[in-house]
Design a protein around this ligand. Structure first.
Ligand SMILES: *Cc1c(COP(=O)(O)O)cnc(C)c1O
Length: 220
């Protein structure tokens, strides 16, 4: 099937309320334009340089999401245009995003990344770490950053039960944060979970945003 057929098929499969991020990393601009042609406007990239060069040459109404690990020294390159950063996992990174957002006279929308897989990974917070961030004096003073929800990746496994459990865990974290820090704050509404192999499970467990790459654009 073609890229446009894949997009239309996935759009039909998922509820209208679930946002589809088309993960275009490593794929050429021509592939993005094919998806754009059937109405896709949200694309996800995980490398700063690749994101910046695609942003420069592609239509300006594309909303670019940054989904990879973000180094503080590279925030400045995406700060002028990025529409959502999915991978915030430290106070230092939040401070840098806030600073660069301020320079660009805008608010940058972000998600807190949580470590929910059993696998070892360097990235992602646990609940205590997130609480430490959200109760810090530094965060209280940040006027140019908006925390809009949470993001996580399940273990790389065929065991559906494990994947269900991990996504359930992230939904639970979202609810707890909502109650403790963001009650009555409409903007805190995103649970970004689910990729090509597990997005149906993620949606069953409450995902509001799926990040789908290979099922749209083919193998990388
Ligand atoms: C690559 C990537 C995806 C998409 O993965 P697919 O399995 O190709 O759908 C989603 N989220 C993150 C963070 C990624 O790096």
């Amino acid at each position: 099937m073609s890229i446009s057929e894949n997009i239309l098929k996935i759009r039909q499969e998922i509820p209208e309320t679930v946002c589809l991020v088309a993960v275009s990393k490593t794929k050429p601009s021509s592939a993005i334009l094919e998806a754009y042609g059937v109405g896709q406007r949200i694309f996800g990239e995980n490398k700063v340089q690749e994101l910046c060069s695609k942003q420069a040459e592609l239509p300006k109404d594309i909303q670019w999401h940054f989904i990879g690990h973000l180094q503080t020294n590279k925030v400045k390159y995406i700060a002028p245009f990025v529409s959502l950063i999915h991978s915030v996992d430290s106070l230092k990174l939040m401070q840098e995003i806030n600073k660069e957002a301020q320079k660009n006279n805008r608010i940058i929308h972000c998600l807190l990344e949580f470590h929910i897989a059993t696998e070892e990974s360097k990235f992602g917070l646990n609940y205590q770490e997130a609480r430490a961030l959200l109760t810090s004096a530094e965060y209280a003073g940040m006027e140019n950053i908006s925390i809009d929800g949470v993001m996580g990746m399940a273990s790389f496994t065929d065991d559906a039960k494990t994947i269900h459990k991990e996504f359930q865990g992230l939904s639970h974290i979202y609810q707890e944060l909502k109650t403790e820090f963001f009650s009555n704050q409409e903007h805190f509404g995103i649970i970004s979970m689910g990729m090509s192999d597990d997005y149906p499970i993620a949606i069953q467990e409450g995902s509001t945003m799926v990040r789908v790459g290979s099922s749209i654009f083919g193998k990388r």
